[in-house]
Design a protein around this ligand. Structure first.
Ligand code: NAD
Length: 418
């Protein structure tokens, strides 16, 4: 399966191999669990605003269909590649399984820079991608959602393109849509709020108090910004945040409302007058109670894992910590890592609620959504914590083992096809 070769895919495979050894999964099940069921690469020609035509590469990877339809985000970023998308699809599988959702994992992406495209160009690109994917997506087959570089508007274009093609409004084809067209209350905030909730539970476990605790957040997009506000609501002082352009630091605590206004106006947190400039490298090693990587993969590496000075790493992003960094963190018992497939699962959990509401055309209040979200997160957190204590393994190994095991059991029952 050389087609998936990529640093992030190798990282996901390395994690899987460790867990497969731990679970003693027989050799003839390993490749079936590891490699995606299906992947699709498409050429997407669109007309640019200046009249020229440009072809973009688009991908969708469906990891397994053993438990139900596949589910996962759609990423717009210049570095998107098939192998990266495959790794993210694999992590989605373990994440959905750990949360007890009836889904396999999927991921999609387009190699493009959405910040250098007009709304019209993004709309044409999204509609073209959707059209190419129609034979491979449906509310019963594969359901996209937002990820890096995409948002509610992107999901609205997908839903509309699919619905026009089918001749009937089909809100269940995507999640993370605007509420006005069948989205769920609380979906936009779900991932970041889930991060906040799990940090609170981890602090209880370590008997840390919120007052006097500090937080540092890498990435100030959907996940990072909501996580920062959520941690502040729990009483933590957010002392540093960053985005792709750089970061800001204030030992007395950043004014998040003013920072958000600045970021909306300027398109970056850089230059915020309420703090001093800091690089992303400095941010990751800033002393704090809670470090939240909420940007991209492979940020905590062998080069900086030994220098990190926090008590909790809450992985808002997917795959922010390399296996080499994990090995270093394993020798630093003062740091608790809340692994990505648990920590950021609030997003897919509320996506599942959105899909259920769409299929039933019966919508819930925000209180119902949040109450159910926290109940599922609590259950996943407690199962993971108990497993890690019983087996004397890290929370990452525990979460991956629980996620992989459920799919392994289902494959044993179903057979070779799904
Ligand atoms: P987003 O596009 O809304 O925000 C991404 C943020 O990261 C932006 O602030 C961007 O400037 C910043 N960033 C990009 N490259 C960076 C770099 N090299 N250094 C520092 N900051 C950088 O994306 P998002 O939806 O918030 O996703 C962030 C992460 O969370 C991704 O790993 C994604 O897969 C994961 N995630 C997202 C969701 C969701 O519901 N959106 C759910 C689960 C996991």
């Amino acid at each position: 399966m050389q087609v998936y070769d990529h640093a992030t895919f190798r990282m996901a495979c390395q994690q899987f191999d460790l867990v497969a050894d731990f679970l003693q999964i027989p050799a003839d099940y390993r490749d079936r669990l590891k490699y995606p069921k299906r992947s699709l690469t498409v050429a997407l020609p669109i007309r640019r605003d200046d009249g020229s035509t440009q072809v973009f590469a688009g991908y969708r990877v469906q990891h397994h269909a053993t438990l139900g339809p596949t589910k996962g985000g759609l990423r717009y970023h210049p570095d998107v590649a098939l192998g990266e998308v495959a790794a993210l699809a694999m992590w989605m599988s373990w994440k959905c399984s750990l949360a007890g959702l009836p889904y396999g994992g999927a991921k999609g992406g387009i190699a493009c820079d959405p910040h250098r495209m007009s709304p019209g160009e993004l709309e044409r690109l999204t509609r073209r991608y959707t059209q190419e994917m129609i034979p491979f997506m449906s509310p019963q087959m594969d359901i996209p959602a937002p990820d890096v570089g995409t948002n509610e508007q992107t999901m609205a274009w997908i839903m509309d393109t699919y619905s026009v093609h089918m001749g009937a409004t089909t809100p269940g084809i995507v999640t993370g849509k605007p509420v006005a067209i069948g989205g769920s209350l609380g979906r936009r905030e779900a991932t970041g709020r889930g991060v906040g909730y799990l940090v609170g539970r981890a602090m209880d476990t370590l008997e840390l108090q919120a007052s006097g605790a500090t937080a540092v957040v890498q990435g100030f997009g959907n996940v990072g910004s909501v996580a920062a506000f959520s941690l502040a609501k729990y009483g933590l002082k957010v002392i540093a945040v960053s985005d792709a352009h750089g970061g800001v630091f204030n030992a007395a605590g950043l004014d998040l409302w003013k920072l958000e206004e600045h970021a909306q106006r300027q398109g970056t947190v850089v230059g915020f007058p309420g703090g001093e400039a800091i690089t992303n490298e400095q941010l990751l090693v800033t002393p704090c109670t809670v470090l939240v990587p909420a940007a991209l993969e492979r940020q905590i590496t062998a080069a900086n894992a030994g220098k990190i000075q926090c008590r909790i790493i809450a992985e808002g992003a997917n795959g922010p910590t390399t296996p080499e960094a994990d090995a270093i963190l394993a020798r630093r018992p003062e740091i608790l890592v809340i692994p990505d497939i648990l920590c950021n699962s609030g997003g897919v959990i509320v996506s599942y609620f959105e899909w259920v509401q769409d299929l039933q055309s019966f919508f819930w209040t925000e209180t119902e959504v949040m109450d159910r979200l926290f109940r599922l997160l609590e259950s996943a957190f407690m199962h993971t914590l108990q497993f890690s204590r019983k087996e004397k393994v890290s929370l990452r190994t525990a979460a991956l083992a629980l996620g992989v095991k459920r799919i392994y059991e289902a494959k044993k029952l179903r057979g070779l096809f799904p």
